[in-house]
Design a protein around this ligand. Structure first.
Ligand code: ASP
Ligand code: CP
Length: 338
């Protein structure tokens, strides 16, 4: 895949080689993310960071990644504070904002809206989540994390067993991650959800066509040899009413007791975050916080590396990052995640 000038809209754009390229560049971003060195390779470049749906990690890590490469960030958050609220089209918005930026990262509540926006943009657009459809940069950071965590236990991605649990219907992260994992070999997927929130057929078809083994269940038992358990939040914002989401909140929890009973000792625990920590939901309990297999914060940290790599690639500077390196002048102690 030729990344320079390309939009990143869906994981379907990638193949194994392009994923390896992204991950190799992400590895090279570690010293900058850990503040051991700086680079000014994107000095003067501007990121338009457009978030029309709530976000903490994706929005801030896109911005941080761009800053770490030496660029500047202009943010627009919330539909109501942009002219979209006056009826302006995504196409017009894109035409205008793309002349103020060198690259745009965007999140929108409607499936397909980021692709629609990209049609009007004159600079690369990166999808930070479009409705229940896709979250491609999250899938990349999830897969990067899976590789690192499994490597620590002496395994690879091919042949692994992953359990995905919770809201698999509306959870865009599990849609994108499944499609990305489908490119690997012989993966066992155990998909645990209420029947009404099962993984969409469009994703199941991809897994079936690639020959993976898929079990669909509403029971947590049967996961005792899982390598990864990937928990998700009930996507309350995608339901017609909050009461409808209440029916499912708190149904599939993961806490220390459930983990010990149903999973083998080294099963890696992942969650795209945010976890819903309200008592009625609490799908991933704080009592796992000290468990070394809990990878959720390493996962979130990896988002910066992946997004740095994507900016370097789409703006065509991946080979110049080190050339524009300089020293860090302030005291900094960032521990390594691995
Ligand atoms: N933050 C992820 C997303 O935006 C997952 C979630 O919100 O539950 O898709
Ligand atoms: N994982 C993720 O997309 O988090 P935010 O919704 O906070 O961006």
């Amino acid at each position: 895949m030729n990344f320079t000038g390309s939009n990143i809209l869906s994981v379907d754009q990638f193949d194994i080689d392009s994923i390896q390229t992204i991950f190799a560049i992400a590895d090279r971003m570690q010293p900058y993310a850990r503040r051991q060195k700086r680079t000014k390779v994107l000095d003067g470049a501007i990121l338009g960071n457009l978030f029309f749906e709530p976000s903490t990690r994706t929005r801030v890590s896109f911005g941080t990644a761009f800053n770490l490469l030496g660029g500047e960030v202009r943010e627009t958050t919330g539909m109501e504070s942009s002219a979209l609220a006056k009826g302006e089209s995504l196409y017009d918005t894109a035409r205008v904002l793309s002349s103020y930026s060198d690259v745009i990262a965007m999140r929108h509540p409607k499936s397909g809206a980021v692709a629609e926006f990209a049609e009007g943009s004159r600079v690369p657009v990166i999808n930070g989540g479009d409705g229940a459809n896709e979250h491609p940069t999250q899938a990349l950071l999830d897969l990067y994390t899976i590789k690192k965590e499994l490597a620590y236990h002496g395994h690879g991605v091919d042949g692994m067993h992953i359990c995905m649990m919770g809201d698999l219907k509306f959870g865009r992260t599990v849609h994108s991650l499944s499609r990305l994992l489908a490119m690997y070999k012989d993966i066992r997927f155990t998909l645990i959800s209420p029947r009404e929130l099962a993984m969409p057929d469009s994703v199941l078809d991809v897994l079936a066509n690639a020959g993976h083994h898929v079990t669909i269940t509403d029971q947590v038992s049967g996961s005792s040899d899982a390598d990864i358990v990937y928990q998700t939040r009930i996507q309350q914002e995608r339901f017609t009413t909050p009461q409808e989401a209440d029916l499912y909140r708190g149904k599939f929890r993961l806490n220390s007791e459930i983990y010990t009973k149903h999973y083998k000792p080294n099963t890696v625990i992942m969650h795209p975050l945010p976890r819903d920590s309200r008592a009625e939901a609490n799908e991933l309990d704080n009592d796992l916080n000290q468990n070394p297999n809990l990878a959720i914060f390493r996962q979130a940290d990896n988002g910066v590396l992946i997004r740095m790599a994507l900016f370097a690639l789409t703006l065509g500077v991946a080979e110049q990052v080190e050339k524009y390196e300089c020293d860090v002048n302030w005291y900094s102690s960032k521990p390594s995640g691995y």
